[in-house]
Write a protein that binds this ligand. Structure first.
Ligand code: FAD
Length: 284
């Protein structure tokens, strides 16, 4: 099918884009990489009357380090992360995670911030943002606000972003030297969205865990850190038994979704397996 008719706008500045979003309200949709929006328009699951194409706003095309954080502009495409965008553990983490997103042609167009705006429960970047406590920078005609990942993800395909707000940037704190990470996901076919995924980040000092982050996506309507599981690791030696124990806590802590792809029991089993495997990748 073809999309329903729409009016097309091509702003070249953030000010122009947010003015158009303010003018058209809920009738307008931002177009970034188009890899999620265009299919839903083609199936007529979305029928926006106004498309605000941000691809001409060159100032939004960046991924750079400042103030101890990686700043990712709204036009930074997935493929930008194929090679580490910074030399520390965060750059390597992002270049590992990106390999699981869709297929190469989709990664060449789709954007990091577009994934955060779309907020699929199984999105690798959404889980990354939740695990690493990213901040989202939202701009509207009335000004700018910064929302932490814990407050940003609200439900299945739902975020704290208002209709007239443009997500201009995501900010991720750099990981300290020595931070270890592990990423695991399960999907039925290569390139599909994951049924469940886990990103784990561990720091070990003096033989004990000093920092633990366990983020789970795909199991619940939106990704989140599983603090109950993280707590089982802190202050203790990090070994296979610790990984198993944390995974068991995570599997108990989640309230898995039920849909045509997997029932809650199956997803809970996947959480158990994905969390254990992601943590085991962090073992020294
Ligand atoms: C076959 C296929 C497989 C895929 N597999 C995966 C996968 O495994 N994992 C995964 O994470 N993704 C997957 N995707 C989705 C892909 O990663 C998209 O690129 C991503 O979800 C959205 O990014 P985009 O830049 O294409 O956004 P668009 O499609 O342009 O927009 C998506 C939504 O976000 C809004 N939006 C976009 N940018 C902004 C912004 N800056 N501010 C405010 N609103 C904005 C749009 O209005 C729209 O509602 C897949 C897509 C396809 C077609």
């Amino acid at each position: 099918m073809k999309p329903a008719p729409f009016h097309y706008h091509a702003p070249v500045t953030v000010e122009e884009a947010v003015a158009q979003l303010a003018r058209y309200g809920g009738d307008a949709k931002v177009l970034a990489g188009g890899q999620s929006l265009v299919p839903v328009m083609a199936f007529r699951l979305a029928r926006p009357g106004q498309i605000v194409d941000i691809n001409g706003i060159e100032e939004l095309d960046y991924a750079r380090v400042a103030d101890g954080r990686l700043h990712i502009g709204a036009l930074a495409r997935h493929a930008r992360f194929h090679d580490p965008v910074e030399p520390g553990p965060l750059g390597h983490l992002l270049s590992t995670v990106v390999q699981s997103i869709a297929h190469l042609p989709i990664r060449m167009r789709g954007t990091f911030c577009g994934s955060l705006a779309h907020a699929d429960a199984s999105s690798e970047w959404c889980a990354t943002a939740a695990t690493l406590d990213a901040e989202m920078v939202l701009v509207s005609e009335t000004g700018q606000r910064v929302v932490t990942a814990a407050d940003y993800f609200k439900g299945f395909l739902m975020t704290d972003r208002a209709e007239d707000e443009l997500l201009v940037e995501a900010r991720i704190p750099l990981l300290p030297v020595g931070a270890r990470f592990g990423f695991e996901e399960f999907s039925r076919r290569a390139g599909d969205y994951a049924l469940t995924l886990c990103l784990a980040v561990i720091r070990i000092e003096g033989g004990k865990v000093t920092e633990a982050r366990i983020g789970v996506g795909g199991a619940e309507p939106f990704p989140r850190r599983i603090k109950e599981a993280e707590a089982t690791l802190l202050g203790r030696p990090f070994d296979h038994a610790a990984c198993r124990r944390a995974a068991e806590f995570a599997a108990k802590a989640v309230d898995p979704m039920n849909d045509s792809q997997a029932d809650p029991e199956y997803r809970r089993d996947l959480v158990l397996a994905m969390v254990r495997r992601a943590l085991e990748k962090c073992l020294p």
